[in-house]
Design a protein around this ligand. Structure first.
Ligand SMILES: [Zn+2]
Length: 97
């Protein structure tokens, strides 16, 4: 059985239940990367469902902003965490920092 994360979204504002930050918070992002290790596409499919739900729940927020928040955070992770370089063909390379 998989351990439950306390860093779950509180709807409809999509705020983290554990730390009060916009979800997914950095802790949850790290957890997701660990949970979906080696399954980048599966993680993106999982997050895509949340992205669609959030777009419906927050119609005044630009979809581009929500897209970055839910799906575009890979490049925000510290070096060595997650898919700084995603599997070939699955994502654009992260821009140089
Ligand atoms: Zn959190």
């Amino acid at each position: 059985m998989r351990a439950m994360s306390m860093h779950v979204p509180i709807r409809p504002d999509w705020i983290c239940a554990a730390c009060g930050l916009p979800w997914p918070c950095m802790t949850r992002k790290r957890q997701l990367v660990t949970e979906y290790h080696g399954a980048y596409v599966s993680m993106m499919l999982h997050l895509s469902g949340f992205f669609i739900e959030a777009c419906q729940a927050m119609p005044v927020v630009a979809s581009g902003v929500l897209h970055r928040r839910f799906l575009g955070w890979r490049c925000e992770l510290p070096a060595g965490v997650g898919w700084q370089s995603a599997p070939a063909g699955h994502a654009r390379p992260c821009p140089a920092k």
